[in-house]
Design a protein around this ligand. Structure first.
Ligand SMILES: C[S@@+](CC[C@H](N)C(=O)[O-])C[C@H]1O[C@@H](n2cnc3c(N)ncnc32)[C@H](O)[C@@H]1O
Length: 243
């Protein structure tokens, strides 16, 4: 089957089709693992954020598109993804981290690839709480972070997305067991269209594993599985369910 074209505003495409497809396929694999943990055969799936469908285009090969719902703060991205892949869309509207337009308690699988990775601590906390609230009673969420693996990469100079001063601040916060966050610099080319759309609240986080454990616990969820660096060899992956 001919693949749909990649949208010109899709910041997740950085020049390699192979890499773009690998990331989407890996994440669809994480969703399959979540499905195995849920166990039921008919499943309602929420993908938040969907962007321009890097993951969605692979998800529709694994799950019934009529049971997949996607959401993003970028309205043109939701429009493109729904139109192209035949899934249902939700616009994320103010207050943006609360996802009020999406029904709570309904989704068997919740997929959050690379959102906490870009938020400040208070925004990440609000997002996590409101996203996990969308899960059904026996639902399973997949959530990624810049954590253990990103810390290794940042420490060894193998990460290009942050300015030198921000790198020091992120590493210092991490060494003290704290959540770190830095805004993208104005000359930073990576995810430029996304930053232009969303604004300065969007940057790069570095999140200690213990922070996720603590949030999950406080919010009433348990970590079923943890796989450091499993997504694209730089994002840690958590599978979570109600306690
Ligand atoms: C790094 S991209 C990941 C997109 C997609 N998950 C993927 O892997 O291709 C982050 C996405 O988060 C979206 N976003 C940022 N803040 C958001 C918010 N508060 N609510 C929903 N989406 C948000 C951006 O518009 C962007 O599409």
């Amino acid at each position: 089957m001919q693949s749909a074209e990649i949208h010109p505003d899709d910041d997740m495409y950085t020049g390699s089709l192979e890499h773009y497809e690998k990331c989407g396929n890996q994440f669809a694999g994480f969703a399959e693992q979540a499905a195995g943990l849920v166990g039921r055969s008919t499943r309602r799936v929420l993908e938040l954020p969907c962007g321009y469908g890097r993951v969605t285009r692979q998800l529709v090969k694994h799950f019934d598109p009529s049971r997949i719902e996607v959401a993003d703060i970028m309205i043109p991205a939701v429009d493109y993804t729904t139109r192209t892949f035949g899934v249902t869309g939700h616009y994320v509207a103010d207050p943006v981290n609360e996802f009020r337009t999406i029904p709570a308690g309904e989704f068997d699988i919740g997929l959050m690839g690379s959102l906490l990775t870009h938020l400040s601590e208070s925004n990440a906390r609000t997002v996590l709480e409101n996203f996990l609230a969308k899960l059904s009673a026996d639902g399973v969420a997949v959530v990624t972070t810049h954590g253990v693996r990103a810390h290794e990469m940042l420490s060894s100079g193998g990460w290009f997305e942050v300015a030198p001063g921000d790198k020091t601040a992120l590493l210092t916060a991490y060494s003290m067991g704290s959540y770190g966050f830095a805004n993208y610099t104005p000359d930073q080319p990576f995810e430029k269209k996304t930053v232009d759309y969303i604004g300065r609240s969007y940057g790069v986080s570095l999140i200690p594993h213990a922070w996720m454990v603590e949030q999950a616990d406080e919010l009433g969820y348990r970590i079923l599985k943890f796989s450091p660096g499993a997504w694209d060899n730089h994002q840690d992956v958590f599978w979570l369910a109600h306690r």
